[in-house]
Design a protein around this ligand. Structure first.
Ligand SMILES: Nc1ncnc2c1ncn2[C@@H]1O[C@H](COP(=O)(O)OP(=O)(O)OP(=O)(O)O)[C@@H](O)[C@H]1O
Length: 232
């Protein structure tokens, strides 16, 4: 079997479908999504509210079941894996940033960024060094010992970005990562997020309503009527 590192495509999605029961009815939200993302590519995911962006990100982030179609991550067909193997893929190859940061409140900024690395098996020394590096690059060197409640919204979201990148994932999934911030702060955080993602060579799919930022990414895809349309 090839190692995940030998694959050029980080993810291949084929005919992904998802329906939800709403009362008596079944509503088809994703109607057959096809998408290939290559290593290092950064995609903006657009679409009106309710189009299914979060549903799509949850499916390809292996956070939800109930889908049909195929998801292949670094050459591994997800449908053929057991729960333990899926968890390992999430831990080793995927990073997540949400609209609300979901930081652990009783852990400092530094500890929040160390934790995923410790779970992956890095030594405390390695994890600390890399967390320092990420938080310094996000201009949080003065905030390492602060707890989330002692940080501003923009700072909390920058810690969440550092945490998502801590294990150098091949693919970062971000669901409106700056949706909770004012526009100016959101622009700064998204700008720094993109810079770090590019520097470490991760691919990313970023759901956003910020068109100006979307134009700075490599590709723009829009969810419309349950399908993905590529904008050229
Ligand atoms: N668990 C669920 N049960 C029933 N319907 C659901 C469920 N999750 C999502 N939906 C429906 O699926 C549709 C798509 O929701 P989703 O959150 O994916 O949209 P979105 O594009 O991310 O929207 P927004 O930009 O507002 O976050 C919505 O109509 C929503 O009501």
């Amino acid at each position: 079997m090839n190692s995940p590192l030998s694959y050029n495509n980080v993810i291949e999605v084929t005919d992904l479908q998802r329906a939800f029961k709403q009362g008596e009815h079944e509503i088809q939200i994703l109607r057959g999504i096809d998408l290939i993302v290559r290593r290092g590519e950064i995609l903006a995911l657009l679409g009106p509210s309710g189009a299914g962006k979060s549903t799509f990100l949850q499916a390809i982030g292996l956070l939800e079941n109930g889908f049909t179609g195929s998801i292949n991550i670094l050459g591994q067909e997800i449908g053929s894996l057991n729960d333990k193997e899926r968890t390992a893929i999430r831990r080793d190859h995927l990073g997540f940033v949400y609209q609300f940061h979901h930081l652990l409140p009783d852990f400092s900024a530094l500890e929040n960024v160390m934790l995923p690395q410790l779970i992956q098996g890095k030594s405390s020394h390695q994890a600390k060094e890399h967390a320092h590096f990420l938080l310094n690059s996000l201009k949080l060197e003065e905030r390492l010992k602060h707890y989330p409640s002692q940080l501003s919204g923009g700072e909390q979201q920058r810690v969440a970005v550092a945490r998502a990148l801590a294990n150098r994932p091949a693919l970062v999934l971000a669901d409106e990562p700056t949706g909770n911030l004012d526009e100016a702060t959101g622009d700064i955080v998204l700008h720094e997020f993109l810079r770090l993602v590019r520097r470490q060579g991760s691919a990313a799919i970023i759901a956003t309503h910020n068109m100006a930022m979307a134009r700075k990414m490599d590709r723009i895809v829009t969810l419309h009527d349950g399908r993905l349309i590529e904008e050229y």
